[in-house]
Design a binder for this molecule. Structure first.
Ligand code: CUA
Length: 328
């Protein structure tokens, strides 16, 4: 019995340990996620009450002697336990769940930061539209000011994707030809992980992004830096830039500040060196990660639109990775 108890305790501890983390809807860091987590726990509680009642009745039915159980009492039990209790419990949970919909679907107040995010196979195009005007393009990473409601405008250029940052709020589909909306309001700073929550092809599971929630002043400084062109440094970076241009990377990627790099097919790389990961949340953004990405895009992310550059000499790949890394 003691072993069973220990196993039960270990299983509970393991399950609860899985509840926190940067991609957990049960460790909320946003207004929407808090309400959704609350709904989850009430639903779980309701389900537990119904389950315990049914299990208790089953045990009672097995043990009770038919002759000691008058028909009138049995009928009351069936109507009460079989119809009345489930109807009341489920109706209460339904009303509780539906009541939070208007708040979760509400638009952000006028003057809020807007971020347009477009899902593409298999990465995220991100465009900040601050209330102060102008646009700032980025990719595969989203930064947010803590405490502020932010309105996301979600679109897709190819198939249906689904935009989901579990610790911040609910998920919303990105549908080709339509624009859907989602308002998120982070409640604490931290780094989280967003994902695509709708199967969208071979590398659906490799379509993620980092989410960094920052203090308001820090966010304003960061956004101001993102507006500016890239300012790379270092001798190897200069060589890397030449290889980047010579190998045609500039036809697909924009690097503001690097003349000729104005392609719009792939992610904007102006400040790629300051991001936490490359390949849409697939590899660490360091020299080894970027080199591996350039060398074997097809192996890292099957079906990806970007060709691999494994045919280039290792020194050339390294120099390109050094240049990209210097674009902070
Ligand atoms: Cu995009 Cu799954």
């Amino acid at each position: 019995m003691r072993t069973v108890g220990r196993c039960f305790f270990c299983a509970c501890a393991a399950l609860l340990a899985g509840c926190d983390g940067r991609q957990s809807a049960l460790d909320p860091a946003g207004v929407g996620a808090e309400r959704i987590a609350g709904l989850f726990w009430w639903m779980t509680g309701g389900a537990a009450v119904v389950w315990i009642a049914v299990a208790a009745l089953t045990v009672h039915a097995v043990r009770a002697l038919p002759e000691t159980f008058p028909e009138r009492r049995a009928r009351l039990l069936i109507i009460g336990g079989g119809a009345l209790v489930p109807t009341v419990v489920l109706a209460a949970l339904l009303v509780y769940g539906l009541a939070m919909l208007p708040d979760l679907l509400a638009r952000a107040p006028v003057g809020s930061l807007k971020i347009a995010v477009t899902g593409e196979q298999w990465w995220w195009r991100v465009m900040y539209r601050p209330p102060s005007g102008g646009r700032v393009e980025s990719a595969n990473e989203i930064r947010l000011p803590v405490g502020e409601p932010v309105e996301f405008e979600l679109e897709s250029t190819d198939v249906i994707h689904s935009f989901w940052i579990p610790p911040l709020g609910g998920k919303v589909d990105m549908i080709p030809g339509r624009r859907t909306r989602l308002v998120l309001q982070p409640t604490r700073t931290g780094t989280f992980r967003g994902v695509c929550a709708e199967y969208c092809g071979a590398s659906h599971a490799l379509m993620a992004f980092d989410v960094v929630v920052m203090e308001k002043a820090e966010f304003a400084r960061w956004l101001d830096l993102q507006r500016r062109p890239a300012a790379p440094a270092g001798a190897e970076a200069a060589i890397g830039r030449r290889h980047f241009m010579a190998n045609g990377c500039s036809a697909c990627h924009t690097v503001r500040g690097a003349a000729g790099a104005d392609g719009v097919i792939g992610p904007d790389l102006t400040h790629v060196g300051g991001r936490l990961s490359v390949g849409a949340g697939t590899l660490a953004n360091d020299l080894a990660g970027v080199t591996a990405w350039l060398e074997r895009t097809d192996r890292v992310k099957p079906g990806v639109g970007m060709p691999h550059f494994g045919m280039l000499p290792p020194g050339e790949l390294r120099a390109m990775a050094a240049w990209l890394g210097s674009l902070k």
